[in-house]
Structure formats: structure tokens, C-alpha cells
Design a protein around this ligand. Structure first.
Ligand SMILES: *Cc1c(COP(=O)(O)O)cnc(C)c1O
Length: 354
């Protein structure tokens, strides 16, 4: 089965080999405060910083999931309230999780086909942290680079970004936000159970000002450990090892990003030429890594079923678009050959009467 599911998604085929290497290397049985583990962690972080072109002054920590990052930010970076700017299910869930920890936090909803108004965001003067979703996996929208750059120019507040379904797929304006995080089972082409948290000096300062150290995953406690190339709890050493191997294998992000953007452009063109409706009409806010196609409930069910019979797994719709859309992951681990197979299937499907 070829999978276009946007998470968990296709892992790089090399993972099979890396799994066996991990076993043979002995890294899976070593203590996480020992020299071999610390060396592996350090090399993985350095490789990731190089390949993802992360600014030198930003730090990387590994946690368990994007969901865990929602809680870490709420605990350790939000003093009293955060502002959640969202248009879909993941951004909304982040707000809901935060409100359980910091009840004063609130949301600013924007429509699928527009960009949020920066003036509305900065008008909220009492929030400590601005929370944005770079790529809303549920509906196939993304915020363009210039949006982050413009926002950064207009506010000194800490900006945190859920980049779960785009990090390692497309380039980011890293310096225009303070925390970027992602789980690895999407664009990284890795098995689930690990998240990457990229943190600016400004975010560290804010965490220090708040001084929250009440949890095993308090940002400052996580940081203290990572500065020594250790972790607060026994980590997913296999996940970290695999991340290091995949980061070593892949091209530099700016090159991957060009390919992913070309593939996305070609997908959008193909879909409109073949008579499919892209869920997001405004090209400026269309995602490069998750493409959502909308249709009648029965039509969507029928396409997904026919695809499956042809050995292709399409992503289900999500949230309010669960039954009226399907999603196509455009992640780096997916090959051009697989994309062509899906295009042939969709073309044939669209030309078949009835
Ligand atoms: C998948 C996803 C999450 C949740 O990731 P977990 O690893 O399950 O915690 C959060 N945000 C976005 C945008 C996602 O795509």
C-alpha cells in the first residue's frame, strides 16, 4: 500500500536498515546519562541544526509529541494568557489544551481563505504568547513567510508556532518566531514518538522570567538537561538515533523545500485540470505539504475506496471537513513515482463515467 496519509505518514525506506544498525550499535541498551548516549544526542542535534538551517543561537530539545509541546508552552511560557490564532482543528485543540492550564487564554479565529489580520493580533495587549499554526493539517492551509516576518516587526511578544506537518519539508523564517515545534511522524519521514522543539534566546528569557519548574517537562528543566546533552527522563533513544540518521541522509532543507514547493504547485495544477475541487481557494494560503480536496460526502467516500482497491491510501478529512474532503500528504519521503501513480489513479477515476 502506498500511503499519502498526512500523519503517521510514509517513513523513509532506509529506516529498516537504520533500525537494524541501531540494534547492532548497542545504543538502545546504554544509560541515557552515559558518554555514548550524550555523544549520539549531541551529533543528532548538530546534524539537525545544519540540515534544517536553524540559526546558531536557537536551541533544539527533543520531547515526545506536538501535544506535549502544547502543554510545555502553556506551563512554562504563558504567564497568564496566550492568544491562539487559528482556522482549523489543530490550532483549536492547542487553545483548548492551553485553557485547561491557563484559563484566561483565548482565540482569534480566521477564515479558511484569508490571512489573519496582524492588527487584530497585536490589539490583544494582555497576552504573553502568540500561538500560530504554520501548517493547519486539518484543512491544508499554511501561513506564508511574509506573514511571520510582518508580525515579528510589529510585536516583541513571544511567538510560538506549531509546525508539525511542515518542519523538514519547507523552509521557515526561523528568526521571525521564538518556538517552532513538530512531531516527527509527518514531514520528517520518521516513526512517531518524538518531537523537535526549536527555541530562541527570547523564549528562554521569558521562561527564566516566569521561572516555572513544577513539571518533569518544564521548559527550564528540559533545557538544563539538553545543555548537558541529557534528557529529563529516559528518552526515546531509538527515535533520536533514527532522527540523526535521517538528518544525515537528507539534503539541506532549502533544497528539499524547492522540490516540495514544485511538487505542490504541480499537484494544485493537476487537481484543477482534472476537475477536483481544492478545499482552499486562495492560492496564497494553500499548504505545500498537505493538500486537501473537497467534494460531496459520497464522492469522497467513493474515491477513497477506489484508491484503496488500487493500493493507495488517501488521508481522511479531519475535523469539520472529515467527510467532505480527503487529504494528500506532500512529504519528502514520498517519491515522484508514488505521486505519479496517484495522479494516474485520480485522472482515470475522474474520466470514468458514473
Ligand atoms: C499531527 C499534529 C499534531 C499532533 O501531533 P502528536 O504527535 O499526535 O502530538 C499537532 N498539530 C498539528 C498541526 C498536527 O498536524
Amino acid at each position: 500500500m502506498i500511503t499519502f496519509y498526512p500523519g503517521p505518514s510514509k517513513v523513509y525506506p532506509e529506516i529498516e536498515h537504520y533500525l537494524s544498525d541501531a540494534f547492532k550499535s548497542g545504543i538502545l541498551s546504554v544509560n541515557h546519562r552515559s558518554e555514548p548516549f550524550m555523544k549520539m544526542l549531541k551529533e543528532t542535534i548538530e546534524m539537525m541544526k545544519t540540515k534544517l538551517e536553524i540559526p546558531a543561537e536557537y536551541e533544539i530539545y527533543f520531547c515526545s509529541s506536538a501535544t506535549e509541546c502544547w502543554e510545555i508552552i502553556a506551563q512554562s511560557l504563558v504567564e497568564t494568557k496566550s492568544l491562539h490564532v487559528f482556522n482549523g482543528a489543530f490550532g483549536e485543540k492547542w487553545m483548548e489544551y492551553t485553557q485547561k492550564i491557563k484559563p484566561a487564554s483565548n482565540g482569534l479565529f480566521f477564515d479558511l481563505n484569508v490571512l489573519p489580520e496582524i492588527s487584530d493580533i497585536i490589539a490583544d495587549q494582555d497576552c504573553d504568547v502568540i500561538c500560530l499554526t504554520h501548517n493547519e493539517t486539518s484543512n491544508g492551509t499554511a501561513l506564508p513567510d511574509f506573514f511571520f516576518e510582518n508580525l515579528r516587526k510589529q510585536t516583541q511578544k513571544v511567538i510560538t508556532v506549531d509546525a508539525t506537518s511542515s518542519m523538514a519539508g519547507v523552509t521557515f523564517p526561523w528568526a521571525s518566531a521564538d518556538v517552532w515545534y513538530a512531531s516527527v511522524q509527518k514531514c520528517f519521514g520518521l516513526p512517531a514518538g518524538l518531537s523537535v522543539v526549536v527555541v530562541s534566546p527570547k523564549a528562554v528569557q521569558q521562561a527564566e522570567k516566569i521561572g516555572e519548574r513544577d513539571h518533569y517537562n518544564s521548559l527550564l528543566f528540559v533545557r538544563d538537561n539538553f545543555l548537558k546533552y541529557q534528557t529529563p527522563y529516559t528518552p526515546n533513544a531509538l527515535g533520536i538515533y533514527l532522527a540523526g540518521r535521517v538528518m544525515d541522509q537528507v539534503e539541506i532543507l532549502s533544497e528539499i523545500s524547492v522540490q516540495i514547493k514544485e511538487r505542490a504547485k504541480s499537484w494544485y495544477q493537476f487537481l484543477s485540470e482534472s476537475g477536483f475541487d481544492v478545499l482552499v481557494e486562495n492560492e496564497e494560503v494553500r499548504s505545500d505539504t498537505v493538500i486537501a480536496v473537497s467534494g460531496e460526502k459520497q464522492e469522497i467516500a467513493s474515491i477513497k475506496k477506489a484508491a484503496k482497491e488500487n493500493g493507495i491510501l488517501l488521508g481522511n478529512g479531519y475535523g469539520s471537513w472529515k467527510e467532505t474532503s480527503f487529504r494528500i500528504a506532500n512529504f519528502p519521503a514520498i517519491t515522484l513515482d508514488e505521486i505519479n501513480q496517484l495522479k494516474v489513479f485520480l485522472k482515470t477515476y475522474s474520466e470514468t463515467p458514473g
